[in-house]
Design a protein around this ligand. Structure first.
Ligand SMILES: Cc1cc2nc3c(=O)[nH]c(=O)nc-3n(C[C@H](O)[C@H](O)[C@H](O)COP(=O)(O)OP(=O)(O)OC[C@H]3O[C@@H](n4cnc5c(N)ncnc54)[C@H](O)[C@@H]3O)c2cc1C
Length: 303
């Protein structure tokens, strides 16, 4: 019996009411707008349901791909023989007393920042323009303009294989540049707590507006992408190196090194994952040959 036949047999009775899709195109759930079908796609409605689903998947040995807003994922054109678990419905947020906020893993970072602004709490302005979810943001330790999740995160509730649901303080999450405990392990953030500082909501809004403007001026937001394609190599900027190597505007199929920001590979309309992967490899090879610097993808490649 295939894993997904077993999933089809068990899921309706274990998770009545959970949204389950079959052969769901991942291009619908990634900001690159590419990616073939996920064998099964599930959207748990609560943190408990999400944890129970991951627990069952672990027991049964089902392959799982966890995703938030798919803004850092590059999924194969052939699709994935896995259960995609989408956290989008885990999107509650509340002030838990003092200057603390708690929110679900599926909440968009823009909505998290907007909530903090309404509460006159500062610290999440940097996250306003990052098009990911809270869970994806913790996994990647997302950051921008001098801010990063690590500065404001105090703890998460996470499901961990063999350990169930645990509350983990931020110090235990191995948060570093675009890295966390969750980067290379099958655990899942279910919710997170943040410690912020009081500030006037208008000043917070002004800062968010100014950062949005900088983004719109510098980044090709009019095209599908996954943001910066490569991590920042020590002592350099990926975009600067790529431009220096004459690769700005370079195309393979529908994938292009953005003319506006060479650190972004964009989908000009009909790119495939294969086009984007070929362009990533070409850029890596050319930059290494001309500068000796190895570029490591920041985007998560799901083969
Ligand atoms: C236009 C644009 C601009 C961007 N700008 C920035 C920026 O300024 N700074 C920045 O850091 N990033 C930026 N990004 C990249 C991206 O938005 C971030 O990496 C974001 O944190 C990814 O969140 P997500 O929910 O989309 O994660 P996904 O793409 O869905 O997943 C990314 C990784 O996180 C894992 N994951 C998802 N949810 C969870 C969870 N609940 N628990 C554990 N792991 C999980 C996934 O398995 C995967 O490995 C940008 C992207 C775009 C398209």
């Amino acid at each position: 019996m295939t894993w997904y036949a077993r999933f089809d047999a068990l899921a309706p009775s274990h998770f009545p009411g959970m949204e389950i899709l079959r052969e769901e195109p991942m291009g619908r759930h990634t900001t690159f707008r590419v990616g073939g079908p996920a064998r099964r796609f599930a959207r748990p409605g609560t943190e408990a349901e999400c944890a129970a689903l991951l627990e069952l998947a672990e027991e049964e040995g089902w392959p799982v791909l966890l995703l938030g807003n798919g803004s850092n994922l590059l999924v194969s054109d052939n699709g994935i023989d896995a259960l995609a678990v989408h956290t989008g419905r885990l999107n509650g947020v509340s002030r838990t007393g003092g200057t603390a906020i708690q929110a679900g893993a599926g909440l968009r970072l823009s909505n998290l920042a907007a909530f903090a602004r309404r509460e006159n709490l500062s610290g999440l302005e940097f996250a306003h323009g990052i098009p990911g979810s809270l869970g994806g943001g913790v996994c990647m330790n997302a950051g921008a303009y001098g801010g990063e999740m690590k500065q404001v995160l105090t703890a998460v509730a996470a499901w961990l294989p063999g350990r169930g649901v645990q509350r983990l303080p931020a110090e235990d999450l191995d948060l570093g540049y675009r890295h966390s405990l969750f980067s290379n392990s099958p655990g899942a953030v279910l919710s997170a707590e943040f410690h912020l500082v009081p500030q006037d909501g208008e000043a917070i809004q002004a800062m968010m507006d100014s950062l949005s403007l900088r983004r719109r001026e510098k980044q090709p937001l009019e095209y599908p992408s996954a943001g910066s394609t490569f991590k920042r190599p020590a002592g350099h900027y990926a975009g600067g190196l790529i431009e220096q190597c004459g690769l700005k505007g370079h195309r393979i199929g529908g994938a292009q090194v953005s003319e506006k920001h060479a650190g972004f590979i964009i989908n000009t309309g009909a790119a495939t994952c294969a086009d984007i992967l070929a362009l990533i490899a070409h850029v890596q090879e050319a930059v290494y040959r001309q500068t000796g610097v190895s570029l490591e993808p920041e985007v998560r490649i799901i083969p």
